[in-house]
Design a protein. Structure first.
Lengths: 289, 249
């Protein structure tokens, strides 16, 4: 298990690292995020592509920033310079940085296309509201390019979580500040096109989808100190049906009403669906209970 | 923890039912050992692996131990086969037909054996362990048949051990400690339902002190990347001997 950290205990800034554990939970070693050669030392997400022997990491900000109320933080110009602006491409086997990309504006979630013939990943930048594509060029060299704009960057919609479809042809993007869930056509990953949007909450963060893409799940909380106040501070898990044209809400768990706190991360069980999709020998899966 | 123990008990129960069926049939099941003699080269890696010695293989965990049975039917400790040499250990079952599963591990081991046998620097330093997780079907006699001529050391100093266990009760602690998951599935591809084992292919690289240093899934299980790792361990041993020797002066 490779765990990405966000900050450090010394100065609570964004310089950080990753920690490696074995499957029994014993610590093995740690890896510092590169802070030279163009690196800022910051971390956020990590996403592997074993077939290409590649690990991608992104960069957010440190404890000193993410624990401050967002309204205060935004007014502090000096603090606002302490956001990540890089993505690092690592040799997954050797766990060594191979290339550092300049990706301004705090690139957050990273998603690889799961198609076996694809060689690209995407990330969205929170502060500059862009979709970045990390892809091999015709010479096999990895490159990072800004390929699409999300909403109106001047209004800082704040793209947060993204979810790529199983076939790599679509990408859901949530923008926290305007509560919108947006769908991008990724048929050409070098030119994504937004084809749909809907306000799905007063504040939205994480988004996940079923393996077949027909069900989409959204939660509300970004960070305790960054979530909105008053009646805008909805806390929920909402489930939607997606027919390719419109999101229709099917259920909601009201976390405020149920006194469950702030709704954030989701993990969807999909063992049977993944097994059926990966099966090439006609085996039917029977889970043991 | 409760659900994990329930799952383990269910697997043991299923393995026991499998053993009882084998007994009712007179301990004879149709000879359906899947020999991994697939023609054609192994697929190429889609990347250049890092050079030996340019990276570190950390100690992941101590290689688990337990009671196993060799092709001669004698019970022994698994640790006898995972110490004193660099070991590659693979869990298989002999009737596996998934080309990216057990047969892949077999093909990779075969390819590695050829390279190791031809490399003087590697002679006498390695051993392979193929361990079945289907004790009901993979008896010592079946494992002997599965092994064929591979058990013979053809002068390259490479030992290849084919092991099984006497029962699910002996097998499961070993499997769980290694973190090798197994499940039962129903194969309906031939019309008649048939129970099969499903697992994620994992091959373990164990150093000569008995520590797991790498766990390969099918993506990284390629002779080139495995050989690089073996050479990385050998370089590490050489460096450690050099440091100890310098310290004694």
């Amino acid at each position: 298990m490779l765990v990405q950290a966000l900050s450090n205990a010394k100065d609570k800034g964004g310089v950080t690292g990753m920690a490696l554990y074995n499957n029994k939970g014993a610590f093995i070693t740690s890896y510092a995020m590169p802070a030279d050669g163009g690196g800022d030392g910051y971390g956020y997400d990590l996403a592997v592509n074993p077939k290409k022997n590649v690990l991608l990491t992104s960069s957010f900000t440190g404890h000193a920033n993410y624990m401050r109320p967002l309204g205060q933080l935004i007014k502090d110009q000096e603090a606002m310079t302490r956001f990540g602006g890089t993505m690092v491409l690592w040799d997954l086997k050797a766990m060594k940085p191979k290339k550092i990309f300049s990706v301004p504006g705090a690139p957050l979630e990273i998603r690889w296309s799961l198609n076996s013939t694809d060689n690209w990943a995407v990330a969205a930048t929170a502060l500059t509201s862009k979709i970045w594509l990390i892809k091999q060029d015709s010479k096999g060299e990895w490159q990072a390019n800004d390929v699409a704009t999300i909403g109106d960057p001047s209004k800082i919609p704040l793209p947060v979580d993204i979810s790529i479809t199983r076939n790599g042809k679509g990408l859901w993007v949530n923008t926290f500040m305007d509560g919108k869930t947006r769908y991008f056509d990724m048929s050409n990953p070098e030119a994504p096109k937004q084809t749909y949007e809907k306000v799905t909450g007063k504040q939205v963060n994480m988004i996940s989808q079923s393996w077949d893409g027909k069900r989409v799940y959204i939660t509300s909380s970004l960070l305790a100190n960054w979530d909105k106040g008053g009646s805008d501070n909805e806390q929920f898990l909402r489930g939607f049906a997606w027919d390719g044209k419109d999101l229709k809400q099917v259920f909601e768990v009201d976390f405020t009403k149920e006194k469950l706190g702030r709704a954030h991360h989701m993990k969807l069980g999909s063992k049977s669906l993944r097994a059926a999709a990966a099966d090439r020998t006609g085996l039917k899966r029977a889970a043991l209970s | 923890m409760t659900s994990k123990w329930n799952a383990t008990r269910a697997i043991i129960a299923a393995l026991r039912r499998r053993a009882r069926v084998a007994t009712l049939l007179g301990c004879f099941l149709p000879a359906t050992i899947a020999f991994a003699h697939k023609v054609g080269p192994l697929p190429a890696l889609d990347f250049d692996p890092p050079l030996p010695g340019s990276y570190k293989l950390h100690r992941i965990m101590a290689a688990p131990d337990g009671e196993v049975v060799g092709i001669d039917g004698r019970a022994q400790r698994l640790s006898q086969f995972t110490r004193n040499r660099i070991t590659l250990l693979s869990f298989i079952y002999t009737t596996c037909i998934d080309p990216d599963g057990c047969p892949l591990a077999y093909r990779v081991f075969d390819a590695l054996k050829q390279k190791i046998t031809a490399a003087p620097a590697l002679r006498g330093r390695l051993q392979f362990v193929t361990l079945s997780f289907d004790p009901a079907r993979d008896t010592p006699a079946v494992m002997r048949q599965y092994a064929g001529s591979r058990v013979k050391d053809e002068g390259g100093g490479l030992r290849w051990y084919f092991l099984t266990t006497r029962s699910a009760l002996q097998l499961m602690p070993i499997v769980e400690d290694f973190g090798q998951d197994i499940r039962y599935v129903i194969d309906r591809s031939n019309g008649k339902p048939r129970r099969e084992l499903s697992h994620v292919l994992k091959v373990f690289l164990i150093d000569d002190a008995g520590f797991v240093r790498e766990i390969y899934t099918s993506t990284f299980l390629h002779p080139q990347s495995v050989l690089n790792d073996i050479e990385t361990l050998i370089l590490e041993q050489r460096d450690e001997r050099g440091i100890r020797s310098a310290g004694q002066k």
